[in-house]
Ligand binder design. Structure first.
Ligand code: PBG
Length: 331
């Protein structure tokens, strides 16, 4: 019996030899596609384990150059810095976010002095600095969009001046990319990249990240008033279109695995550089299943990261980045 209309075609023929499987593979994963996020706190001391993210730590700033060097040697091209700010420095307005002597600019300076080729990405949003754990400035129970933008401009300029290569506005305010792009143009930072968290969903998968930074919302408003509704897809395209028009160089979809369809639609519609963020909750789920012996961590991880690439992501932010890069190098 044959199967029309291609009676001689047999897809399994290409699967019978490992070499042939390699030849026809469409999506691949390499160290250079990965971005490693780091949680950092001020000063010295020992790294602090993050309970809901086994294997991840809050690092003292004194360790960061060593981590950067290790990432660079593993073939990683970019790292993302997430600061844990002491409670006494948090305010409603998040003013510590643009302190030129603050933790983030210090870290950028230290890494750039030692590992200048490694790209440094920073998060532009007020949550680590906000006494309410909100990405913006709360006025009368709601986030004031334009007041927040004025603060984000100062924060983004502070990072660019310190030498950040990429700023990542993760706040979801309307119009912030254009405002930052314009401020960069006016201040001699035309070459600083903007990776816009364009399709950032109001997700329960961010829980462990908020533990790591102690940045869970404490009143003010609900993040659903600025992050996207998980039921929406067309809206993601609108957000991406706007951010590109406003001067974003790379757009991001976040979280990753539950939003593969959004990655695909963004890539197909705009053919622009797309990043996927494999977020803290996705990391925690895999670690928990692996710790119980229910899933084989490495192959599940590789399959997951490959799925981002297959969906259309050019790059992936993942807490596993350096580990994957090192293992890929070993072959
Ligand atoms: C906040 C920010 C968040 C993440 C990155 N930047 C959390 C939030 O919006 O509450 C989440 C990353 C993760 O979960 O791994 N500006």
């Amino acid at each position: 019996m044959t199967y029309a209309p291609f009676p001689l075609g047999r897809p399994r023929r290409l699967r019978t030899r490992a070499g042939a499987r390699d030849l026809v593979r469409e999506a691949r994963l390499a160290a250079e596609d990965l971005i490693q996020p780091y949680f950092v706190f001020e000063g010295e001391g020992e790294p602090v384990a993050i309970e809901s993210m086994p294997g991840q730590f809050r690092w003292p700033e004194s360790h960061i150059v060593q981590l950067a060097r290790q990432a660079h040697e593993a073939g990683i091209r970019a790292i993302a810095i997430f600061p844990k700010i002491a409670d006494e420095k948090k305010t409603i307005g998040g003013d510590e976010a643009w302190n030129p002597e603050g933790l983030v600019p210090r870290i950028i300076g230290a890494i750039k002095a030692e590992v200048p080729e490694l790209l440094i990405m920073t998060d532009v949003a007020l949550d680590p600095y906000s006494s309410m754990g909100q990405d913006g400035i709360v006025v009368d129970g709601r986030i004031d969009n334009d007041l927040t933008i004025a603060a984000l401009i100062k924060q983004a300029l502070c990072h660019a001046e310190a030498g950040a290569d990429i700023v990542g506005p993760s706040d979801m305010m309307d119009g912030r990319v254009a405002a930052i792009r314009e401020a960069f143009a006016d201040n001699g930072h035309d070459d600083t990249l903007i990776m816009a968290y364009s399709a950032k969903y109001a997700s329960a998968y961010y829980g462990p990240f908020r533990d790591a930074l102690d940045s869970a919302p404490r009143g003010g408003t609900d993040k659903r008033t600025y992050q996207m509704d998980p039921g929406n897809s067309d809206e993601a395209l609108m957000e991406v279109a706007r951010d590109l028009e406003e001067g974003a160089d790379i757009v991001m979809v976040k979280p990753g695995l539950p939003y593969l369809d959004i990655i695909r639609r963004c890539k197909e519609t705009f053919s622009c550089p797309v990043a996927a963020y494999h977020v803290s909750g996705e990391y925690a789920m895999l670690k928990a299943a692996a710790a119980n012996g229910w899933l084989d961590e490495w192959p599940v991880l590789m399959e997951t990261l490959l799925s981002f690439r297959r969906a259309g992501a050019d790059m992936i932010l993942t807490y596993y980045a350096v580990e994957v890069a090192e293992r890929l190098k070993q072959g």
